[in-house]
Design a protein around this ligand. Structure first.
Ligand SMILES: NC(=O)C1=CN([C@@H]2O[C@H](COP(=O)(O)OP(=O)(O)OC[C@H]3O[C@@H](n4cnc5c(N)ncnc54)[C@H](OP(=O)(O)O)[C@@H]3O)[C@@H](O)[C@H]2O)C=CC1
Ligand SMILES: CC(C)CCC[C@@H](C)[C@H]1CC=C2C3=C(CC[C@@]21C)[C@@]1(C)CC[C@H](O)C(C)(C)[C@@H]1CC3
Length: 451
């Protein structure tokens, strides 16, 4: 695949500010302030270097806290962990090898011939990078390989006992990998840097990432990490919890089936619609540094699987009527999430497509239009609403006796509220008056009549 020059963030580099996602996808407003290239953006809220340094400790610490409390009797989200594991528990060369094998397997699957090669968003120099679309194929092949390995005697049910050292290996490799990304960016041309990826402060740049699309030959690190090892690892950990539960209790519980099924649907959907990730701000705007690398490779698999971890250690009775209601909630969430994302993607690809041609739109000075009916006429981020409804459905099978399984819902609400504010700021810069008009016509952001 041809690699062409990256630029400073393509069309999204209009606000002159850097990656603010860290501010809440990591910190909330704790990290306010600005450095480097914030420019005229009054809402620039990137972390300051001490904030970035603190987050590099805080994020892994939170992840280990969750892993520890999920297996403890009281399972208190806000309570102390049952014990503090020593290095002899966390560090295991075997687990490091297992983790590297996992990454290697996913990298090999990434390099297999793809059914399609997609073009990314147009960069500033009008070039586009090329990306293989074979994520769903990677999921199926991983399932096949794991199936074969399990039938040959691989004890997948032993994985729950290995989570701590495995998460430690993932965190360790993320630090090394981020260092590699940082050093690589030092010799990259200025045109390859993300907006705000050149603050001059090493801690800050290490944390948020300097390069927009770091690649070695055609291997795109950010795109690879965003969808493959973390997302597929997440469903594999879920499956291991299910198998271990079957071993311990004779069969998996209904609650465990639901959590596995819902999250498999979510991951399968993401990989099936892999091309859509090319238009997200993570790919088009944000640098690739510790925050996103840790998020993709460690945070997603080890904390998004929290409900399954909780259920293994805290079985919850679940009757069919309640389970049916929960399935309905997940189906409604998925319907909104998929409907909204597909409507926008179809419209952006071809506004004359019969599926979207009848929708009402607002013209903008850029030549692009904004949908103002259909899903995008209901609230300004219907896809977030659907995602949040699904997040609720993933927690409900765990009952209401503990707050811990609702961690994802709480974290995700905060993340999406911040993400929405950030996207809103970018759209305002991009579309100006037309965006004001859109906000007037569609006054609610995520939840109709409430927010
Ligand atoms: N599970 C997880 O941890 C996470 C999941 N997500 C999910 O990822 C998905 C993608 O989210 P995200 O990348 O944040 O952003 P969106 O998919 O919501 O994209 C926002 C962009 O859509 C375009 N847009 C906004 N309004 C309109 C409109 N009315 N008509 C046409 N285009 C419009 C604008 O870009 P333009 O005009 O340039 O096309 C805007 O910048 C969501 O479903 C979200 O829930 C996101 C983060 C984490
Ligand atoms: C470590 C921090 C606290 C948080 C880091 C944030 C990341 C975990 C998320 C940023 C954007 C993401 C997306 C997905 C997963 C989580 C991260 C990486 C996504 C791949 C999930 C599946 C969806 O269908 C999607 C639309 C493809 C998502 C894209 C954004």
């Amino acid at each position: 695949m041809e690699v062409r020059a990256g630029t400073e963030g393509g069309e999204r580099d209009m606000e002159g500010r850097g990656n603010a996602e860290g501010a809440l996808e990591t910190t909330g407003r704790l990290v306010g302030g600005s450095e480097g290239s914030c420019g005229a953006d009054a809402r620039c809220d990137r972390p300051r270097p001490p904030g970035a340094a603190a987050l590099m400790l805080l994020l892994p610490a939170t992840m280990f806290h969750l892993l520890l409390v999920a297996r403890s009797g009281p399972a208190r989200l806000l309570g102390p962990p049952p014990y503090l594991p020593g290095l002899q528990v966390l560090w295991s060369p075997r687990m490091l090898l297992l983790w590297l094998t996992w990454l290697g397997l996913q990298a090999a699957l990434y390099l297999l011939p793809a059914r399609k090669v997609a073009e990314g968003q147009e960069l500033k120099d009008k070039s586009r990078l090329l990306y293989p679309i074979n994520g769903f194929q990677a999921l199926l092949l991983t399932a096949l390989l794991v199936g074969l390995a399990v039938s040959a005697g691989l004890p997948l049910g032993a994985l729950p006992e290995m989570l701590l050292p495995l998460a430690f290996a993932a965190t360790f490799t993320t630090f090394i990998f981020s260092l590699f990304l940082y050093l690589k960016a030092l010799v990259a041309p200025a045109s390859a840097l993300a907006p705000g990826g050149n603050s001059g402060n090493p801690i800050y740049d290490f944390f948020l990432g300097r390069e927009l699309n770091p690649r070695v030959w055609s291997f795109d690190f950010k795109y690879f990490c965003e969808l493959r090892p973390g997302l597929i690892g997440w469903v594999l950990i879920n499956l291991a919890m299910l198998m271990q539960e079957a071993e311990l209790r004779g069969s998996p519980s209904l609650a465990m089936w639901l959590v596995n099924g819902f999250q498999l649907l979510y991951v399968g959907d993401a990989l099936w619609h892999e091309e859509a990730v090319l238009t997200t701000m993570d790919i088009t705007h944000d640098g690739f540094g510790f925050m996103l690398a840790f998020g993709d490779l460690a945070w997603v698999p080890f904390t998004y699987s929290l409900q399954a971890q909780f259920l293994l250690h805290h079985p919850q009775p679940l009757g069919l009527p309640v389970a049916s209601v929960i399935c309905l909630i997940n189906a409604v969430g998925y319907y909104i999430f998929r409907g909204a994302n597909s409507q926008k993607n179809t419209f952006r690809k071809n506004p004359s497509d019969p599926r979207v041609a009848d929708l009402e739109t607002i013209p903008t000075a850029t030549g692009r239009q904004l949908l103002v009916s259909g899903w995008w006429g209901m609230v300004r981020h219907p896809n977030y609403l659907g995602d949040l409804i699904m997040a609720l459905a993933w927690s409900l099978p765990c009952g209401v006796s503990h707050l811990l399984p609702y961690f994802y819902l709480l974290y995700f609400t905060a993340l999406l509220v911040h993400r929405e504010a950030r996207d809103e700021q970018q759209c305002l810069q991009k579309y100006g008056l037309a965006w004001h008009e859109y906000c007037r016509r569609v006054p609610y952001r995520i939840l109709p009549y409430i927010y």
